[in-house]
Design a protein around this ligand. Structure first.
Ligand code: MLT
Ligand code: MN
Ligand code: ZN
Length: 300
């Protein structure tokens, strides 16, 4: 399986347009100490020909252009065999509306995530202009299914999380609102565990990580009070359904127990581990955990 990181930042990207925090100032200064990052999305393929996007960020057009394997090979064509959504957050699905140029789209998502995007959404009509423009493939929790005839298979794992902001208060939360994805290559037998939004530990998450060869994990915040301390927000990481990386109860200590190669993704611009030679990055290195970077490729 080939994996290409198209975007590794949380919603807002790095730098974020309205942010002048220390990290965002640093990355705008173009020092080697911080690298720009677009919003989270990863491309996977078994054969290097047909590709699937995990999450479709608002920056999808530039992300496709950043990677030649995703370019058309005919006057009207796309190597994208499908699009997979881990939840309904706008940084994960707003890009669907940018793929509206009359091309058939196959979208894998739980019924809850599909309904959250389609119900009452007049903008969705732009993806419904002809029969078959959009085909939804429901992800049933815990049930593996093939991704077409690509050789890849996907299983959605229920994961502690929350409703997208725009649906809070409009509907009851469900176990289908937020999932991790297990992507298995039927040829090599290797498995990618993709968990970019995790509010905390659970038996399902634990089983999935234990079975994986490579893990992408929620690296949004280093600490609970990160936004509050910086004067940039009022909510703790946990209130935003993101498990902090640092501290005795943090995800870094938790991840250390799994033998897989591990990379943090969906990293918020305020997170001190974005500094390439900072103390937090050294803590990651000591624990054998990486921070995913835009343009990075993995083979498993
Ligand atoms: C998140 O990761 O918590 C969401 O993307 C936040 C948001 O929707 O702005
Ligand atoms: Mn997000
Ligand atoms: Zn910032």
């Amino acid at each position: 399986m080939r994996v290409r990181v198209l975007g590794s930042a949380a919603g807002g990207g790095f730098p974020q347009w309205n942010c002048g925090c220390d990290n965002c100032r640093l990355v705008r200064a173009s020092t080697a100490e911080a690298r720009p990052r677009t919003q989270e999305s990863v491309a996977v393929s078994a054969d290097g020909v047909s590709w699937f996007l995990i999450n479709v960020s608002p920056e999808v057009r530039a992300q496709i252009e950043s990677f030649g394997a995703l370019w058309p090979r005919e006057p009207r064509h796309s190597p994208l065999g499908g699009l997979l959504l881990t939840n309904g957050d706008l940084d994960h699905c707003l890009g669907l509306l940018s793929l509206r140029e009359s091309h058939p789209l196959t979208i894998y998502a739980t019924a809850a995530v599909r309904d959250g995007f389609t119900t009452g959404n007049v903008l969705y009509r732009t993806l419904q202009r002809f029969p078959g423009q959009t085909s939804w493939r429901p992800l049933a929790l815990g049930e593996e299914q093939p991704l077409g005839d690509s050789g890849l298979h996907v299983t959605a794992i229920p994961t502690p999380g929350k409703l997208p902001l725009h649906l809070e208060g409009l509907r009851a939360p469900s176990r289908e609102d937020n999932v991790g994805l297990m992507i298995r290559d039927g040829g090599s037998g290797k498995t990618l565990a993709y968990f970019s939004g995790v509010a905390g530990p659970s038996p399902d998450v634990e089983r999935a990580l234990a079975a994986a060869d490579v893990v992408f994990f929620d690296g949004t915040f280093w600490s609970s009070e990160e936004l509050i301390t910086a004067g940039l927000g009022t909510r703790r990481a946990e209130e935003m359904a993101h498990w902090p990386v640092g501290g005795a109860e943090g995800s870094l200590a938790y991840l250390s127990r799994f033998p897989a190669r591990k990379l943090y993704i969906h990293v918020n611009n305020t997170n001190p581990m974005l500094r390439e030679s900072g103390a937090e990055r050294r803590r990651l290195a000591a624990a054998g955990v990486e921070v995913a970077a835009d343009g990075q490729e993995l083979e498993l």
